[in-house]
Design a protein around this ligand. Structure first.
Ligand code: 5AD
Ligand code: SF4
Length: 437
């Protein structure tokens, strides 16, 4: 028997890339590759890249630089760049880094085995098409290996919103929804293999239209799958939060009380220039509506500071909005100029001003998150256990609100769920005790 070839995949960026990397590994599994944890013994290295901010994109080139020695020692090693940098920069990558053998965009990775074969034959292989054939249909069913208790499932890709700062509509293309029937099949299959919690993914997931009743309809249908205990979804746009999806937060027990709903900024002037198509007031009203149907909803968000022409007063409006919402978790970034996006053409905020605002925003967000986490002490939550903790007999899992919870739990295995009383709040996680019965 010949030794299987080894594939090392390094994933950058969002959860959609994590899902895509799994699917790419599975596709290459069909051609005799097994995954390896280190680039050192790999026959193929694949970087699944992110283009959302300049820093993310530059990481790819510095990582590639590190593989020079490996390539020199092993001329058979093939190096591929996948994901959004591949889509945005295409052949340019091979010019900047001639050791790259193949480039594949996020919509064409079902063709990876062909591209690899081409690269093995000594050709440079590039595919950054938005093909007619559906990659998910071409990828077909997933291998039957046992899975951990949580999984991502991409239901929607692309974005039609064209926020003025964002490359996604260019790198991932127009909105496309996968048919509900296919998602149901994939979900059942994942549950059979041990998955208890699904996070539905999409660049603009609540614009999902593969079900006649939108994302709310899909969630309700998924909730009928026995053995699937929890459903989450990310990332949403405020304007696509329809009545049924809001209602699902009240009446669909399997839908978890945690919502990632980016607002980006709190000033109406900046929101308008960002082309977000809603005001701060409208966002706050929406949060109020969501909390009126699900009072314990933990909110999460994304923020950009130092968007072109953002003044101190505009930034204060962001701080005011954050104070009004009280986020359970959040991601915040300095605005990063992206070539080809409208905001890149506007007058820029100086770098030190951006850094100062980011620090102030993150201080506020961290204080809020910690206060909400501390407020869990004394409360009872349900934990889905994922893995063993550091101490003997300890297990770690997530609460409904996505807090990591450590519990002394002899006899409990990954995938089990139990009621837990929270007794202590640490820096980034909680400790709890199993409730009997
Ligand atoms: N600069 C900084 N942050 C950005 N994001 C998207 N584009 C940019 C950019 N050009 C952030 C937004 C988005 C998250 C995924 O990344 O907050 O919600
Ligand atoms: Fe980018 Fe999200 Fe705006 Fe779409 S809705 S353009 S993905 S920030």
């Amino acid at each position: 028997m010949t030794e299987p070839k080894k594939l090392f995949i390094k994933t950058y960026g969002c959860q959609m890339n994590v899902y895509d990397s799994e699917r790419m590994a599975e596709a290459m599994g069909g051609t005799g590759y097994v995954q390896t944890e280190t680039p050192d013994d790999a026959d193929m290295i694949l970087l699944n890249t992110c283009h959302i901010r300049e820093k993310a994109a530059e990481k790819v080139y510095s990582e590639l630089g590190r593989y020079k020695g490996l390539k020199a020692n092993n001329p058979e090693l093939k190096i591929g760049v996948a994901g959004c940098v591949a889509q945005a920069e295409g052949k340019e990558i091979m010019r900047r880094q001639p050791m790259v053998d193949l480039v594949v965009g996020p919509q064409s990775y079902h063709r990876l085995p062909e591209l690899e074969a081409k690269a093995r034959a000594g050709e440079k292989a590039v595919d950054t098409d938005f093909p007619e054939d559906d990659k998910f249909a071409a990828l077909k069913t997933r291998p039957k290996a046992k899975r951990g208790p949580t999984a991502f499932l991409t239901v929607q890709e692309g974005c039609d919103k064209f926020c003025a700062f964002c490359v996604v509509p260019y790198t991932r293309g127009a909105e496309v929804s996968r048919p509900a029937a296919r998602i149901m099949d994939e979900a059942r299959d994942l549950v059979e293999r041990g998955v208890r919690e699904l996070t539905l993914l999409g660049q603009n997931v609540n614009a999902y239209h593969g079900h006649e009743k939108g994302l709310g309809g899909l969630i309700r249908q998924l909730a009928t799958v026995d053995g699937l205990e929890r459903i989450r979804f990310t990332t949403s746009h405020p304007n696509d939060m329809d009545d049924d999806l809001i209602a699902a937060h009240a009446d669909c027990e399997k839908l978890m009380p945690y919502l990632h709903l980016p607002v980006q900024a709190g000033s109406d002037k900046i929101l308008k220039r960002m082309n977000r198509q809603h005001t701060a007031e409208e966002y706050l009203k929406l949060v109020e509506r969501l909390r009126s149907v699900r009072p314990d909803l933990h909110m999460s968000g994304d923020f950009i500071v130092g968007f072109p022409e953002e003044t101190e007063e505009d930034f204060q409006a962001t701080l005011d909005l954050v104070k009004a919402v009280e986020y359970g978790s959040a991601f915040s970034f300095k605005y990063s100029e992206r070539p080809g996006t409208p905001a890149a053409e506007r007058p820029q905020v100086p770098e030190d001003e951006k850094a100062d605002r980011l620090l102030r925003l993150q201080t506020l967000l961290t204080t809020q998150q910690k206060a909400l986490q501390d407020a869990m002490v004394g409360r009872d939550v349900t934990v889905l256990f994922e893995k063993a903790g550091r101490d003997p007999g300890q297990m770690v899992g997530k609460s409904e609100y996505l807090h990591a919870v450590h519990v002394q739990a002899e006899g409990i295995a990954p995938g089990d769920m139990a009621r837990v009383r929270i007794v202590w709040s640490g820096r980034n996680s909680l400790n709890g005790e199993l409730l009997q019965g």
